[in-house]
Design a protein around this ligand. Structure first.
Ligand SMILES: Nc1ncnc2c1ncn2[C@@H]1O[C@H](COP(=O)(O)OP(=O)(O)OP(=O)(O)O)[C@@H](O)[C@H]1O
Length: 610
């Protein structure tokens, strides 16, 4: 086992990466976790807890009661023994009943504090989870471009779970630990200051040991959470890329990549747990030492008559009680560090800037007609090199604009700007003469529909998948849209028809059929503007014809931007925009561009699909 664990240290191997650089933590140098880091995260976590103030006060009250009761028990025993030894009569029946009542109350208050704290911590993580999920949906597309889905999911599940599982136990134990500690030490000082000081010899040793341990475990817990996120990202990526992996026979490479990431988790988990596992051992040893001190010195003091045997008994029990909260505190500190590690990763996403708010004064556009004007528009993904530069063109309402150009020319980026997934770094975009920035995003997007190559169909019936275009559409409207899209006949041939359930990502129907459903969905949405990304994959001629017909009904009367690959679509476009290297190099109708010569005619003559 140790050989395996130490292997990566001895032979650092290059890790087989498959798109790792998109992870949140990767690409960025991991920060050394400073004390300030975790204390501010802890404060923020506390602010969540503090929202349940009343319950927290109740918990605190129960902690005070249970800590007091835990002190009272041994104290009563000590007093009873002393009274017995002094020859005073003891009312054993009364004493035992009292002692029983103390322990029953102790159990009851402990149980109540536990159950209330579980409630608080569950509610806290419920709120965090909801907030995180809602925030994720407000983040700009650029956030998702940079990150692996699995890694993000890991924050929603793993990290939140980590906060939840560590929060309830540690919060209580830390409260009660501190209280018990203060109470125990006060009573000890009151009973015998000298014996208390002698017992305290172990405290500096404890503090040093704890410091040594937590300094090492804190970063390791963080590392483990990071590694877990990376592994989840990798799992998601490799599962969704199964076809490619199998097609290229990359199974072994993928498995070895997994093994590397898995071994990193094993390593950080092993060291975090092994080092933190020292805590109980250390505490146990020091506990025994303090017990020996109490027994030895206490005995001597008792012989001299400075203290009674009852006091020794109370001390023996209290030294256990006094090291137990210290022990608990030490253990809980690890849990707190682990919860903080999880919370830090959650807050990291919560601190990501949401998609910029609409500019003040931005208003809803009630009915967009679909006139679009780009004037000197530039855009850069990285703020350094321009992906699009100086793009100017105009589309009248209802026109079809085809975008053509070699791969990486900037066609998709131009569409991204039109939908305000990104804002231009220069120039202006206007819709119906209004600056795009003055139209609220939600209102703009509600009047646009997208039919993309990568069609998103979710697990559910065909009817529900079409209805995604407009949730309040009736069954008749869904069917009408499907007829217009040429999808009705194939749907009716499927067992179950419109109620046929699709599996994840529309498994069970063909690529062409998925496109027809996407067209039906867009028709139902009845948008003023359309964005079509034509499929490059070959579809049989009959389906292709059906798709073309469906698209024709969809595009009628709407301004349509088509990232075109088929000559038939390009010919029919009112205007063709030819892009190369982020610049608009030509624009005009098919005939005009063919006459002009240049890139467009080369693309067409070369038989290259644009
Ligand atoms: N999210 C992104 N972050 C950084 N650069 C990007 C991003 N998306 C695209 N790019 C870069 O911007 C350029 C234009 O990409 P875009 O996807 O717009 O081209 P395209 O013409 O649609 O290509 P294709 O026909 O292959 O889909 C490319 O060089 C690409 O590498």
């Amino acid at each position: 086992m140790f050989r395996t664990l130490l292997e990566p240290f001895r032979h650092p191997r290059p890790v087989v990466e498959l798109g790792e650089s998109r992870g949140l933590s990767s690409g960025r140098k991991p920060k050394a976790p400073g004390a300030k880091d975790w204390s501010s995260t802890l404060r923020r976590l506390w602010s969540y807890l503090a929202e349940r103030r009343v319950k927290l006060i109740l918990v605190l009250l129960m902690v005070v009661c249970s800590s007091g009761l835990s002190l009272l028990g041994p104290f009563m025993i000590g007093r009873a023994v002393d009274r017995y030894l002094e020859g005073g009569g003891s009312h054993w029946g009364l004493f035992l009943t009292g002692l029983g009542a103390v322990y029953v109350l102790y159990s009851l208050t402990s149980w109540l504090q536990n159950i209330w704290m579980i409630e608080i911590s569950q509610e806290t993580v419920y709120r965090m989870r909801t907030e995180l999920f809602a925030h994720l949906h407000r983040l700009p597309i650029s956030f998702f471009n940079r990150r692996q889905q699995g890694e993000i999911m890991s924050r929603l599940t793993n990290d939140i779970e980590n906060v939840s599982s560590n929060l309830n136990s540690s919060a209580i134990d830390i409260f009660s630990g501190v209280l018990t500690l203060v109470g125990t030490v006060s009573v000890m000082l009151w009973l015998s200051p000298l014996l208390t000081l002698l017992t305290f010899i172990v405290v500096p040793l404890m503090a040093l040991g704890m410091r040594w341990i937590t300094r090492r475990t804190g970063p390791l817990f963080k590392q483990r959470q990071r590694n877990m996120g990376e592994l989840n990202g990798y799992i998601e990526e490799t599962l969704s890329g199964q076809r490619v992996i199998k097609a290229f026979g990359q199974e072994q490479r993928v498995i070895s990549g997994f093994r590397d990431r898995n071994s990193r988790i094993m390593l950080s988990g092993f060291w975090a747990q092994s080092i933190s596992g020292f805590i109980p051992k250390l505490m146990n040893g020091l506990n025994n030492l303090s017990f020996a001190i109490v027994a030895g010195f206490g005995g001597m003091l008792a012989v001299r008559g400075s203290i009674t045997v009852g006091v020794i008994l109370v001390f023996a029990e209290y030294t256990r009680q006094f090291t137990r909260p210290l022990n608990d505190l030490a253990n809980q500190w690890n849990s707190v560090l682990s919860a903080v590690a999880g919370a830090e990763r959650v807050f990291e996403v919560l601190d990501e800037r949401a998609e910029a708010d609409d500019e003040s004064g931005a208003a809803s556009a009630r009915q967009i007609r679909g006139g679009v004007k780009f004037q000197g528009v530039s855009f850069s993904y990285n703020g350094e090199t321009d992906t699009l530069s100086d793009i100017s063109f105009e589309a009248k309402p209802g026109e079809t604009i085809a975008l053509v150009g070699p791969t990486g020319a900037g066609k998709t980026t131009l569409i991204g700007l039109l939908s305000r997934f990104y804002n231009p770094s220069g120039g202006t975009i206007a819709i119906d003469g209004r600056d795009l920035a003055s139209i609220r995003r939600e209102s703009l997007r509600s009047q646009m529909a997208f039919v993309l190559q990568d069609i998103f169909l979710f697990k559910g019936s065909i009817r529900d998948n079409i209805r995604y275009g407009r949730l309040d559409a009736s069954d008749e409207e869904v069917e009408r849209a499907a007829r217009l899209a040429n999808a009705h006949s194939f749907i009716m041939r499927l067992p179950g028809g419109y109620d046929r359930m699709l599996s994840v990502e529309g498994g069970g129907i063909s690529q062409g059929q998925k496109q027809l459903l996407a067209i039906a969905r867009a028709i139902l949405a009845n948008p003023a503007m359309l964005v079509l990304d034509e499929a490059t994959s070959s579809i049989d001629t009959v389906t292709e014809l059906k798709i073309q017909e469906g698209l024709q009904s969809l595009m009628k009367g709407r301004t349509s931007f088509v990232i075109a690959h088929r000559l038939s679509t390009i010919r029919q476009a009112d205007r063709i925009l030819v892009l190369r290297g982020g610049r608009l190099v030509q624009q005009g109708s098919h005939e005009e561009l063919m006459d002009q010569g240049g890139l467009y005619s080369e693309l067409v003559r070369g038989g290259v699909k644009a």
